[in-house]
Design a protein. Structure first.
Length: 236
């Protein structure tokens, strides 16, 4: 897992539209996007009973981790493509991410209401192969301090790529949420907007960010710690 620089900006949705057109003329889009260049991201976030991840973000801890169960749709039929358990880590401003691909059955087990416990490992273990290390770590942590399925966050994403610096620029719009974990599996569930009229721009890169790419993004606002998870938790 190579640590990556992450820059985040909150911008008005109108500015995001202008940026989308500019980047679309300069950079290739993510090949996984739908015909309109977008795809829908659906995430179920986990936290401890004492909201350890939420508090770590609010207080700006230099080392913190966030767990989420994620799936994607491209708008064709709203059916999830696949499920992935992600551990997103921040350390002194750099981000890393570890992932484990899940079967739909494993995703349903993780999203079950109530705290997880040591029995989770047995419920998730494949019959003929060892448990993925990321999933095994989640189960081990859950045995020590329960990780609870907290809230579902959904948004529309455009992503642009540039090979030099391994740059990935994302524009996330129409962020909405639902407090029930089972909303992850139901695209028809009514969701509540959490930041009307706003969009989030994220720029991720490895060792360097080409100057012309940085100039193409050039948002008119300062960097922010804008958190979709934190905003969604306000709905509770």
């Amino acid at each position: 897992m190579t640590p990556r620089h992450e820059l985040k900006f909150a911008v008005p949705a109108t500015e995001a539209l202008v940026l989308s057109r500019r980047l679309g003329a300069l950079l290739p889009r993510d090949p996984h996007a739908g015909a309109d260049g977008r795809y829908t991201v659906r995430s179920l976030y986990f936290d401890t009973p004492a909201d350890g991840a939420l508090r770590a973000g609010h207080e700006g801890y230099s080392r913190r981790a966030k767990w989420r169960l994620r799936t994607y749709t491209d708008g064709a039929d709203d059916a999830p493509r696949a499920f992935v358990l992600e551990k997103k880590m921040k350390r002194t401003g750099l981000g890393t991410k570890a992932k484990a691909a899940l079967t739909p059955e494993q995703a349903y087990v993780l999203a079950a209401p109530g705290p997880t416990d040591a029995s989770l490992m047995a419920a998730l273990s494949p019959p003929d192969s060892p448990l993925d290390p990321v999933l095994a770590e989640f189960c081990t942590l859950s045995a020590a301090e329960p990780l609870v399925a907290r809230t579902v966050v959904v948004y529309e994403r455009e992503a642009y790529l540039h090979r030099a610096g391994n740059v990935r620029i994302t524009l996330d719009t129409d962020v909405r949420a639902h407090p029930r974990p089972d909303a992850l599996f139901d695209p028809a569930r009514l969701l509540v907007p959490v930041a009307p009229g706003e969009a989030v721009v994220e720029v991720k890169y490895d060792a360097f960010l080409p100057a012309w790419v940085a100039d193409a993004v050039r948002p008119g606002t300062a960097r922010t710690a804008w958190s979709k998870y934190a905003l969604a938790r306000r709905l509770e």
